[in-house]
Ligand binder design. Structure first.
Ligand code: ADP
Ligand code: MN
Length: 176
């Protein structure tokens, strides 16, 4: 369903690490006055994980704890959720799911600059090549709320923010 009773919509910004989720989400939050929640940061701050994964060099996120932490806020609406996965959030939370996509070579350079090497670097570039997150989004949410968009350049960010801000400002809650 494309519309909900929420006074302000909830948006999920997802995509492979390095595609620009946090950069885009914070610009969008500024443009719309919606609240930006960086899930990775929240997990670290509130210890919503089950320890460190040595192999993948990241926290093992505790999905139940994350969902419990976010529930009230999501119910209220007006939240931009920023995370590189999307299959464990309740489907009803989101009015729009935005999947950012980046050219492989551009992404490789961004992740290398971020200090990623070896398997962590190649796994993430592969994730982008195989459109893993887009597939995950399509299998988790209604077709008409999932949109994928290019995030290669600063102009792409500007365009994506402008389009989404327009969509937010035309939001009308549906009575149910
Ligand atoms: P994510 O949150 O998806 O991991 P970030 O927002 O942290 O990605 O961006 C990763 C790096 O790439 C940052 O240095 C950011 O400035 C840069 N970046 C992100 N999106 C773009 C873009 N569309 N054009 C140019 N640089 C970008
Ligand atoms: Mn990020």
């Amino acid at each position: 369903m494309a519309q909900s009773w929420r006074k302000k919509p909830n948006i999920l910004v997802t995509g492979t690490p390095g595609t620009g989720k946090t950069t885009m989400s914070s610009a969008l939050a500024e443009a719309t006055q919606l609240r930006h929640v960086n899930v990775g940061e929240l997990v670290r701050q509130k210890n919503l994980h089950d320890g460190w994964d040595q192999e993948f060099d990241c926290y093992v996120i505790n999905e139940d704890l994350v969902c419990d932490e976010l529930e009230d806020m999501m119910e209220e609406g007006g939240v931009i959720v920023d995370y590189h996965g999307c299959d464990f959030f309740p489907e009803r939370w989101f009015d729009r799911v935005v999947v950012l996509q980046t050219d492989n070579t551009v992404l490789y350079d961004r992740l290398a600059r971020r200090g990623y090497t070896g398997a962590k670097l190649s796994n993430n570039v592969e994730c982008e090549i195989f459109q893993t997150i887009l597939e995950e989004a399509k299998s988790s949410y209604a077709e008409d709320i999932v949109v994928s968009t290019k995030s290669d350049t600063v102009e792409d960010i500007t365009r994506n923010v402008a389009e989404l801000a327009d969509w937010v400002s035309s939001w009308q809650p549906t009575s149910m």
